[in-house]
Design a protein around this ligand. Structure first.
Ligand code: PLP
Length: 430
């Protein structure tokens, strides 16, 4: 038997019909040149991470568990040096004590903003969870409650920066500018490192001492450089997204200037303690190894995103970004047009998972959302969205946001399975 016949049989065992498989192969044929570009970025970033690990003489002593205060934790200190070298920053704070991306961002903001200061978002409304951190939606312990005001400049209708309004918004009190790289759950474009660099340069030309922070969630290793190479004072993200490589079980990072990162460490632990405390609890092997794998894991997720856009775009569904567009993060939105299609899509993603594949996702009311939300995820690490996952609010345009896949082949299987479920429900004809 030919190899392709074996493969098709194996997919059939997983529940994917020859029709769906054939559609996938057609989409793939269109994507080979794109995949080669993604591989080239991954190769560069792999070398970048490897070089940082070698330079910092990572060795077995770095993998030892510490407990209690965690004083003199050599492994923790080297991990932070490795992150700082990869992001080309003076310093880094990379800790399992940072519970998630929102926490990392909250630490970075509250450490570097004082009462009377103003925070500016020149890229429209920030990610949902940040709205409570800032106090856009009233919340106990928000920045607003601490006397930090907030100003926002929306993007222009074509998704570009409104430079005139940004200039007008920057004032005496503007202390920190927050720039979200990824679109999150909005339909605006995600920004390239180059675009972010231009925005930072503009803001600093208006006010040279203003701090610029980039919410780098989902963007790490998608391009050859990071926003810290383009002038950001801090870049911030979650370890259960790209940089954890799927192996980090928890954590967040803040890379940036010595001064900003030191303040973050004092905020995270306590004034006077800073970076000196924080036991690693035996998690360092996973954090080092996950970071080592992160460039290729990110590449696999990117291939999955483009594959989904190509497959669903060809079937007539609006995809954001489109299959041919440049990528700046791993998120793929597909507008499916109906609740039934969202449910079928998510059932397929769930059925393709290595964990909890027997579970059926259903739309549910979630705190913080004004409509029901459906989520599909069968992850080794709870809530990990570098693993294959899909979710979306049940409201027009009925878009699912799809991301992750620890390997490209798993992402492919998940997307084919989503199409399979759509076809079985009579929602697409192949
Ligand atoms: C995921 C995400 C966050 C928050 O991260 P959590 O780990 O879910 O708290 C913040 N900003 C953006 C753009 C994100 O994608």
């Amino acid at each position: 038997m030919e190899r392709s016949t074996h493969l098709q049989q194996m997919y059939q065992e997983l529940g994917i019909s020859p029709d769906v498989y054939a559609r996938g192969e057609e989409a793939l044929a269109r994507l080979r040149p794109r995949f080669a570009e993604i591989d080239a970025v991954a190769e560069y970033n792999q070398a970048k991470v490897l070089s940082a690990m070698q330079k910092n003489r990572v060795d077995a002593a770095c993998f030892a568990a510490t407990t209690g205060y965690g004083y003199n934790d050599v492994g923790r200190e080297k991990l932070e040096r490795v992150y700082a070298d990869v992001f080309h920053t003076q310093a880094a704070l990379v800790r399992p004590q940072i519970t998630c991306g929102t926490h990392a961002l909250a630490v970075a903001l509250s450490a570097n903003l004082l009462p009377g200061d103003e925070l500016l978002s020149p890229v429209g409304l920030p990610y949902d969870t940040l709205q409570e951190v800032i106090g856009i939606r009233p919340s106990p312990c928000s920045l607003r409650e601490m006397g930090v005001s907030y100003r926002q400049v929306d993007l222009l209708a074509d998704g570009t920066f409104d430079y005139d309004a940004i200039r007008a918004a920057i004032n005496d009190r503007t202390k920190l500018i927050t720039i979200q790289r990824s679109k999150g759950y909005a339909t605006r474009p995600s920004f390239s490192v180059e675009e972010i660099g231009r925005l930072i340069a503009f803001c600093k030309s208006v006010k040279p001492d203003v701090l610029c922070m980039v919410d780098n969630c989902y963007g790490e290793f998608v391009e050859l450089s990071e926003p810290s190479d383009a002038g950001a004072d801090m870049v911030v993200g979650s370890l259960i997204k790209n940089p954890g490589g799927g192996l980090a079980p928890v954590g967040g990072y803040i890379c940036g200037t010595e001064q900003c990162v030191q303040r973050c460490a004092y905020r995270l632990s306590a004034p006077g303690l800073g970076q000196e405390v924080g036991a690693n609890l035996g998690l360092l092997p996973a954090l080092f190894q996950g970071f080592f794998l992160a460039p290729t894991v990110t590449a696999g997720a990117l291939k999955g995103a483009i594959f989904a856009a190509s497959l669903y775009g060809e079937l007539g569904f609006r995809c954001v970004p489109e299959a041919g567009a440049d990528r700046h993060d791993i998120i793929q939105a597909v507008e499916l047009g109906s609740e039934a299609a969202m449910v079928a899509f998510c059932k397929g993603i769930q059925a393709a998972a290595p964990v909890d594949s027997y579970v059926t996702p259903v739309p549910w009311a979630m705190p913080g959302y004004d409509s029901d939300v459906i989520m599909a995820a069968g992850a080794f690490v709870q809530g990990s969205s570098i693993e294959l996952s899909a979710d979306g609010p049940i409201r027009p345009p009925y878009a699912v946001y799809f991301q992750g896949g620890l390997t490209w082949y798993h992402a492919k299987t998940g997307i084919l399975m989503s199409l399979q479920r759509m076809a079985e429900a009579g929602l697409v004809s192949l």
